[in-house]
Design a protein around this ligand. Sequence first.
Ligand SMILES: Nc1ncnc2c1ncn2[C@@H]1O[C@H](COP(=O)(O)OP(=O)(O)O)[C@@H](O)[C@H]1O
Ligand SMILES: [Mg+2]
Length: 582
Amino acid sequence: MCKINKLFKEILNYKKELLLGNFFAIVSTVLTVTIPLFIPMLIDELLLHKEPKLTAFVSQYITPMSLTGYVLFFLVLTIIMRFAGVIFANLQVGMLLRVSKDISYKLRQSAIEHLKKVSLKEYERFSPGAITSKLVTDINTVDEFIGTTVGKLIISVLILLFTSIILLIINWKLALFIIVTNPIVVFFTSKLARKVGKLKREENRSVEQFQESLSDSLELFNQIKAVNKEDYFFSKIVQKAKNLKQKSVQFSYRSDRAIRVSFFTFLSGYELFRSVSILAVAYSDLSIGLMLAIFGYLWIMMTPTNDIINFQYALSNAKNSCKRINDIFELKQERQVKQEKNPFEGNLGIEFKNLSFGYSASKEVLHNLSFKIEPLSKVAIVGPSGSGKSTLANLIAGFYEADSGDILYNGISFKEIKPQTIRKNIYLILQHPKLFNDTMRFNLTLGRKFSDEEIQKALKIAQLEDVVSNLENGLDTTVGKDGVKLSGGQRQRVAIARMVLENPKAVIFDESTSALDIHTEANLFRDLSEFLQDKTVITIAHRLSTIEQAEMIFVLEEGRLADSGTPKELLGKESGYFAEMI
Ligand SMILES: Nc1ncnc2c1ncn2[C@@H]1O[C@H](COP(=O)(O)OP(=O)(O)O)[C@@H](O)[C@H]1O
Ligand SMILES: [Mg+2]
């Protein structure tokens, strides 16, 4: 989860970096904060002939000097101290950057880890574009906040603290006046910050919408071309870009205005302090030199005060980005099973008991299904389009989970088995398998190690031997994005070869040979039959020729089991699904 106070706690875990970082900050602060004392004291002592302190110190511990000597000495000293201050400040930023980059990396990592375990049903709530934008844009906003601002915050607070101490020593009344007035400015600006934070959230949301519409349209580029709808889709993207432009103008303009108004308030205070200092010289014992020193300190206070003001803006931006990042963490993860049972040792039988499921709570897709698939049997599931066949296939293979009722694998409820184990043992081959833009070999093995013989055997069974040998580089040919270099039927056969290599306990063909001609399909099933002998096989298909081979046929209609029986029993019927089948 992304929470600001948790982020702060996390920052505290980096003890070494924080200690070193703060040490550098203190050194740099002490160096820069003492500098404004030199010149004003020299004015008092050398020009206005006040009691010598600084010059007395130098003449006692180093050597007495002429007026020019003192001026040159302090000039050189000031430049050296300023330069050392720069180096230490940079070292401090480096230390804190390590902390911030590490924290935002961990945040990104844990969001990705969370995403990995999210269930498919939850994952479908956001588009990939939306998730990308949360992982990129929003985490960047948080990262910026931790990195630059937290680093600056520490040094700003230190500078203000040291400056206040020195001011108190110079003239406590004036110092108190300044110290009390400063927080009022900061308080005033925090109100403005909240408003600006909201605008930042809107800006990031527009980034998300833009990214979403862009990635969706790019994904469907061929389809859009196929229906000649380029203008429609791309003008929608441009519209989103326009919206993004408006939101960023609003955010940037208003946040700039808020920051300037805050700074104006601060500057007014600054002018007020200067005027009061002049009065203090006139009506109290404040010397002109020290008045100039106070001017110097007011100048020094300006940057840290400004940083603290900006910190509030960055804080509310970060809070809002955190909210959006939490959309990812709020996605429910897949069921965890501590001690799982493994029913996949022997031959696999599957039984449905009052199984119901819906993609959303309002619409149930499968209603109260109860039937049994015997171990090693070869069954078919048929039914009109939209009747829930693919949904059932996804439930069997562990991609979605039943809302009520049960699926028993060799008598063991799915609740007692890890979804990963189910998916490993039951292989679902889709109608439109997804291919990676990688080599044929990678698309077959998906990164696992197989010998060339194993791959050749799988290619033979899947009727892909000729296809691969005709590719320019054989197995090492890249297949293009989503496998565009292959035909639909070839892609389906790649998916079947993948399954052969995986060698699961059960296989579901979800219209996975629909793109093959009858001749190739017949060869495929002939060559597959030996491989499938020791497996439970569920075939979802439309072709009569495929279904006729089945031992049992289950007919789904509108998510209900409408009929079941052997091909002989069902195909002989004069009414029902098969009567209408051509
Ligand atoms: N991922 C999904 N999210 C929401 N609804 C879905 C999803 N997949 C399918 N559906 C709906 O579930 C019903 C059954 O679809 P499906 O199982 O694909 O049918 P079939 O495979 O029999 O054609 C349809 O009404 C479909 O609109
Ligand atoms: Mg389907």
